[in-house]
Design a protein around this ligand. Sequence first.
Ligand code: T3D
Length: 266
Amino acid sequence: MESTPDSLVLVQQTGAVRTLTLNRPATLNSFTAAMHAQLLPALDAAAADAAVRAVVITGAGRGFCAGQDLSDPGMVAAGSDIDVGAVIERHYRPLATRVRTMPVPVIAAVNGVAAGAGANFALCCDFVVAARSASFIQAFAKIGLVPDCGGTWLLPRLVGRARALGLAMTGDKLPADEAERIGLIWKAVDDAALQETVAALAQRLAAMPSRALVETRRALDSAMAMDFADAITLEADTQRALGRGHDFAEGVAAFFAKRPPNFKDR
Ligand code: T3D
């Protein structure tokens, strides 16, 4: 998928890594209907392209994403009869679902503030690596809403009910270091090291067995709602399917041949 400097989502390919950059820096890359109309197709295109083995999502300028653009037409205005639920169904359900079901690992490179749906969009990704100057804000309560873009599901699973409620009810800014400390994100790194750290992680993931990584995501998420016996059944079913794939044979062959594996399954 092509992008121009004016695109609301910039698309760049480096080797097997597809980088999508949210590009509305003047409003901290807040989501508009127009941006959604480019973002979802960009993710779909990455998912459909066999040359893509890892996706990085980041933001242009000083922010990652400030959530819903509160001035975008279609946004609820006090006393209006606009259906905010319809905005979720039209934009945020497809976006969150797309990220959580990508056939390759997805990394959020959080370069600055991530607020509201922007924070939870990042948390939908498999890895969140944040610049130390970045922060996470569950801004919803401040405007009379609840966490969306998967936030109600993600937050308690990532940090437990007490912290999830605290973050969501106060809407306080959580600095990146603290977000790492409580397990909300994978890593906080020095600002100057963000790009390099994410590039190294993305390249490393791109060389790994994509299908096994994605099945790992699915199995871990599914097991959260299962008892132990059912989780083991799911492990057996998943190993059965993966065991028939190219990548398992290749991984074992490469191990014994003492050579790097060449994984292909997606
Ligand atoms: O229909 C639906 O809406 C349902 C879906 C809801 C999903 C949601 O995401 S709800 C939550 C929406 N987001 C917010 O409430 C966050 C609002 N923004 C902020 O609280 C602050 O901007 C930040 C804490 C994120 C950053 O603060 P700061 O001081 O670093 O920057 P700033 O000066 O506030 O923002 C810079 C500019 O971006 C500013 O514009 P200006 O004054 O320079 O012309 C500001 O108005 C604009 N901006 C920031 N966030 C948004 C925004 N404009 C529109 N919508 C925003 N969300």
